[in-house]
Design a protein around this ligand. Structure first.
Ligand code: ZN
Ligand code: FE
Ligand code: FE
Ligand code: ZN
Length: 269
């Protein structure tokens, strides 16, 4: 049962490491019984003059067509289809990012940290770089970027907020707990929503993004929560959503947050 659940983190074949057309994602969502979806494909990093070694986003020239295609699909869809983007937080590029995003008619923007410097630490090809790192230093630097992303004012939602654990490298629990407290405080203060991203469950970390412990701390602070599968194929739409809802209800959450035209509103679950 996934009624009244929304999947706000869908990719498309445009980003070159996902498969499926917009229509196929909508069809999959209908079959899963979702009440609403949103596309959040990777914003073209070329527009920010950032060219990672492994290209993971659409090309600059494809952005307009992406936004237009979503609007067209939304018109013929039985459920609301929202227009979103997953945008990297790149320090030093925030002004340019804001200027570009203002030109797009969007329902929401997911801010994600995938890069530390030029290192795409979420990419399996570069995961050996975790070895020999001080995990405490690494996590501190990562969460520092997340906090800055929140304060940048560019984003409505933070995506996969503890994705730094993706390949299973984790510092000690006490250290993590101190980062969690600060993270929850920053989210509350900035009003940025927290994404429950179920892709973590199939990553080597085998855990939701965020971890239950981080989620708990954020809920205590009254942080708003959205839901996304980070689907890179239509078959992944809404994956593990019934489990996620059970957990959210167990934690006492009665509503998640949806967005229209970058304005949040609650949907009861
Ligand atoms: Zn992706
Ligand atoms: Fe991401
Ligand atoms: Fe994503
Ligand atoms: Zn993502």
């Amino acid at each position: 049962m996934t009624e009244k659940l929304i999947d706000y983190h869908l990719h498309t074949s445009l980003c070159r490491h996902a498969i499926g057309s917009l229509d196929e994602y909508v069809e999959a969502a209908l079959q899963k019984g979702l009440s609403e979806i949103g596309f959040a494909d990777h914003f073209p990093l070329g527009l920010l003059d950032f060219w990672p070694e492994e290209p993971v986003t659409m090309d600059p020239g494809e952005l307009e067509g992406y936004l237009r295609d979503i609007r067209e699909v939304a018109l013929r869809s039985e459920i609301p289809v929202k227009t979103g983007l997953e945008v990297d937080y790149l320090p030093g590029k925030t002004e340019k990012t804001g200027e570009l995003l203002r030109r797009c008619a969007l329902d929401y923007v997911i801010g994600s940290v995938h890069f530390m410097g030029s290192w795409d630490f979420t990419h399996p090809r570069f995961s050996s770089q975790f070895q020999g790192c001080s995990l405490e230093n690494l996590y501190r630097s990562y969460f520092d970027l997340v906090w800055k992303a929140c304060y940048s004012g560019l984003f409505d939602i933070i995506g996969h907020i503890d994705v730094i654990k993706k390949f299973g490298y984790r510092p000690g629990r006490d250290f993590l707990v101190s980062l969690y407290g600060e993270t929850a405080r920053v989210l509350r203060e900035t009003g940025v929503a927290l994404e429950i991203n179920t892709a973590g469950l199939v990553s080597p970390a085998r855990e939701l993004y965020p971890s239950e412990e981080l989620l708990q701390v954020c809920l205590q602070e009254g942080v708003a929560v959205t839901l996304g599968s980070d689907a890179h194929s239509p078959s992944q739409v809404g994956r593990f959503f019934p489990e996620a809802r059970t957990m959210l209800r167990r934690m006492g959450l009665e509503a998640i947050t949806a967005f229209s035209n970058r304005q949040p509103y609650p949907i009861s679950i």
